[in-house]
Design a protein around this ligand. Structure first.
Ligand SMILES: Nc1nc2c(c(=O)[nH]1)N[C@H]1C(S)=C(S)[C@@H](COP(=O)(O)O)O[C@H]1N2
Ligand SMILES: [Mo]
Length: 201
């Protein structure tokens, strides 16, 4: 029987695949991995912007405007490069497809920009096609600060360092550039199914 769970927002959820990528082990808890401290963010000052390569603003939402966008429930398996996998995590968020829908761009890559200068780069194709969200709820509750609240990127098909916590925007890039971990020797793409942990994998 297909698993269809009507969530709070009335959309069907995708089930966990139950599959575990090579070299990973399954955890029940939700580890916190942060390089540095947890920023304190005021929702009054929060915004999410999409900029082009020159930094020109293409779109901007305040917290209230962002909350008014159509959101989706997502169930996904997440895989950290430090080898833990958590199956069937449940989120709510706005798809990046929705955020990019009004924007005409030839960009091939995006840089996710987060608080405290955390960045991570992705091909734009990997944040399109219902594969990436800006998530603001986890397990039916507002996203906890240590897990990236008020909002984080969620790109579950890549290693979890691509899911930038405290994300504040996307910069559209014509040419790829490494983000924070990518410039420290982690793989540029980070496909857990091909075990792309480090440069050269
Ligand atoms: N802004 C920011 N985002 C981040 C990180 C970080 O240090 N800063 N760590 C990344 C890594 S390596 C992982 S595994 C996940 C961890 O998310 P969690 O703490 O919610 O488990 O966040 C990713 N996003
Ligand atoms: Mo990680």
């Amino acid at each position: 029987m297909p698993f269809v769970n009507k969530g709070f927002h009335g959309r069907p959820r995708q089930p966990s695949t139950g599959l575990v990528p090579p070299g990973q082990y399954v955890v029940d808890d939700f580890p916190v991995l942060t390089a540095g401290r947890t920023p304190k963010l005021s929702l009054d000052l929060w915004d999410f912007t999409i900029t082009d390569e020159s930094g020109a603003r293409l779109a901007r939402w305040t917290w209230d405007q962002f909350q008014a966008l159509p959101s989706e429930d997502i169930t996904a398996d997440i895989h950290c490069v430090t080898k833990w996998t958590k199956l069937g995590t449940r989120w709510s968020g706005v798809s990046v497809d929705k955020l990019l829908s009004g924007i005409d761009t030839e960009a091939n890559f995006v840089m996710a920009l987060a608080e405290l200068d955390y960045t991570t780069n992705l091909p734009i194709a990997d944040v399109r096609g219902n594969q990436a969200w800006v998530a603001f709820e986890f397990d039916g509750k507002e996203l906890a600060p240590e897990h990236g609240g008020p909002a984080r990127l969620l790109v579950p098909h890549l290693y979890f360092w691509k899911s930038a916590k405290w994300v504040r925007g996307l910069r559209l890039l014509n040419n790829d550039q490494p983000g924070f971990w990518e410039s420290l020797g982690y793989n540029n793409y980070g496909d857990p199914w091909r075990e792309q942990r480090y440069q050269g994998d």
